[in-house]
Design a binder for this molecule. Structure first.
Ligand code: C2E
Ligand code: CA
Ligand code: CA
Length: 598
């Protein structure tokens, strides 16, 4: 793609200020030369005329040209006008031909680097003046001068070429700097826009790293930079000749894809992101969210980039991976924008509430715990799930309010169901950074008169950042209160075993992506077994989530996989508080296995 910047390097560098400077300089130097001519010893009266041309004629013609000509042609035209003056002087005042010749050469030099056409035009005018002067006055003498002049011309052309190349290279370098990222050497946003504008029929991929902020926060910016440099190289290799990679800023990359199979490129990029990166001090792993906008006739590059961004945003909010832009992406993003303006009102109107999904003992089928899952009962959009609004709530800084709401509802439910049943609530990593979290939970428990032992906090595996001291203190405080701590979506993240030992963890929830595969996929079954064994060895409660049918439960039992509890649509869906209380009470009192969906 070097052609793009090459072409760009030729772009005119003329602007008003430059044109004004050039003309002013020309007028001043011409005036100075006029004074010099007057000051020379052995004064020839003919020089009066030359001085008049230089001090009056040239300034007048230059000003007129400056005022009437397009600024990119000012220098050329002014020089040609000056050459005309010189020619006139030579023809009418032959005695000063030497001075005129010198001035003619100076003019040629001044315009030489600008353009060959200007150089030739000026040379022709000056030559014409000398030829005419020679014909009219003394042919021999003039012919000699003419020969010198003509011999000098190629030299001037050569100098002009060298100078022009140098200027072009300089401009190309400046342009390169403006269009590339200093850290990774990749194109930046402007450089990428250039590719999109100049090359038709490209598909666009937007890439955003997952978990980059954590690395920046915990390991420092230097490590973050190092990671970006390594990843940039790796991604460049992954893309290869199939497209152009750019760094759009921060931990975002964009790719313009030349080939038909944009999915293949996206897949390779995702794999490249997911491979471990060895930094100076530690090895880290990271994920990525990718959005794809395929080339469509009539849709320009800017729009494609916007679409890829929206699709990437969607991928980000659905556990990463790759998303394609579709019409629904557009409406989803519009809805998101609308919703963000309604969050405050929703708090006031009490539109947020917890739904509760039962968790049952795998052997008895009786409810032992229940997970609180947030819902927004939106007046026009209906029941919205957390993926649609949690991010918005956090973005406007209402996370703490939301946590209090969750704690309150969870405590209210626990107070209304039999003693043997506990409640689990989800807490995001951001909440763990607030040292007041345990106090907020305590307040809700006191309000409803329930004990902390009946509450479990669920934290997504990848969000448990062991290095962060505030989070660790909060978890330790919660543990000391008697609150259980479950690692959610276990198996999808990168938590280390040592972390499990050092935090007051009490339960593991095996991610539903593995659980649903237990029936048909040997690998998934092996993973579930390994996690279950690990949990048993560490004396943790093991919960299999996403049990969508009783076959899954049967399969777990059949293969003697040691899971303690199961949760999923196959047992019961999340339901509103009243329904949940009735469901739980019935289950505990009758001790009958729970089964709403066969
Ligand atoms: P999660 O903690 O993994 O919650 C389980 C999700 O799986 C819930 O989605 C639930 O409705 C769904 N689910 C339950 N059984 C099945 C099943 O058999 N099959 C399948 N495919 N899915 C099942 P939901 O309610 O949309 O919640 C999504 C995520 O939002 C939760 O994932 C949790 O990470 C987050 N979340 C929910 N409530 C809260 C909250 O109060 N605070 C915070 N910070 N996050 C929350
Ligand atoms: Ca959960
Ligand atoms: Ca989960």
């Amino acid at each position: 793609m070097s052609t793009v910047s090459d072409l760009a390097g030729l772009a005119p560098r003329w602007d008003d200020a430059h044109a004004r400077r050039v003309v002013a300089l020309r007028v001043l130097s011409s005036f100075a030369m006029g004074s010099l001519v007057l000051a020379l010893p052995s004064f020839d009266p003919n020089r009066w005329w030359l001085a008049a041309v230089l001090m009056v004629g040239v300034p007048i013609s230059s000003s007129v040209i400056y005022l009437t000509t397009d600024r990119t042609r000012v220098l050329t035209r002014v020089t040609i006008a000056d050459a005309v003056w010189v020619s006139i002087a030579v023809v009418f005042f032959p005695a000063i031909y030497l001075e005129a010749l010198l001035i003619g050469l100076a003019l040629l030099a001044s315009v030489a680097s600008e353009s060959h056409r200007a150089l030739l035009a000026t040379a022709t005018v000056v030559l014409a003046g000398f030829v005419a002067g020679g014909v009219i006055h003394q042919p021999v003498q003039w012919l000699r001068l003419l020969a010198v002049f003509t011999l000098l011309l190629p030299l001037l052309v050569f100098v002009a070429n060298v100078q022009r190349d140098r200027a072009r290279q300089h401009r190309a370098r400046m342009r390169h700097r403006a269009e590339h990222d200093g850290l990774t050497g990749l194109r930046n946003r402007a450089g990428f826009a250039d590719v999109l504008v100049t090359t038709p029929f490209l598909s666009v991929i937007a890439v955003d790293l997952d978990g980059f902020k954590d690395i920046n926060d915990t390991l420092g910016h230097e490590a973050g930079d190092e990671l970006l440099v390594v990843l940039a190289k790796r991604l460049e290799r992954a893309v290869g000749h199939r497209g152009v990679l750019a760094r759009a800023g921060g931990d975002e990359f964009t790719i313009a894809v030349f080939v038909d199979d944009v999915d293949l490129v996206a897949n390779d990029v995702l794999q490249a992101c997911r491979r471990r990166v060895a930094l100076a001090d530690v090895d880290v792993s990271i994920g990525a969210s990718l959005g794809i906008a395929a080339a469509v006739a009539g849709v320009d590059g800017t729009e494609l980039l916007r679409r890829a961004d929206l699709a990437m945003y969607e991928a980000k909010h659905n556990q990463g991976g790759i998303r394609h832009w579709t019409d629904s992406t557009r409406s989803a993003s519009r809805t998101r924008v609308e919703l963000s303006g309604e969050v405050e009102q929703a708090f006031e109107d009490g539109q947020f509430r917890l739904f509760f999904q039962p968790i049952v003992d795998i052997d008895t089928g009786v409810v032992v715990d229940v997970e609180g899952l947030l819902r927004w009962e939106h007046p026009t959009h209906g029941l919205l799930s957390p993926a649609a609004f949690l991010e918005l709530v956090e973005a406007i800084g209402r996370r703490a309010t939301m946590d209090r709401l969750v704690f309150n509802e969870a405590a209210a439910l626990v107070a209304a169901v039999p003693e043997s049943v506990g409640v689990s609530v989800n807490i995001s990593a951001g909440s763990l950074m607030r040292s007041s979290l345990p106090v907020a939970l305590e307040a809700s428990l006191v309000d409803h008169g329930v004990s902390a032992e009946r509450v479990t906090i669920e934290i997504i595996e990848d969000e448990m950042i062991g290095e962060q001291s505030t989070a660790r203190t909060v978890l330790t405080d919660l543990g000391a209160m008697g609150v259980g701590i479950a690692i959610d979506d276990f198996g999808t993240g990168h938590s280390s075993l040592s972390r499990l030992r050092h935090l007051p963890v009490t339960a593991l929830k095996i991610d539903r992506s593995f659980v649903s595969g237990v029936v048909s996929n040997d690998d998934d079954r092996a993973i579930v077994r390994a996690v279950a064994d690990l949990g048993a060895a560490l004396d943790l409660v093991v919960v299999a989530e996403g049990v969508e049918s009783l076959r899954v439960r049967d399969e777990l039992i059949h293969h003697a996989i040691r899971v303690d509890r199961i949760q999923g649509y196959g047992i019961a869906p999340p339901m509103p508080m009243d329904e949940a209380v009735a469901f739980i009470t019935r289950s505990v009192e009758t001790k009958h296995p729970t089964r709403v969906l066969a």
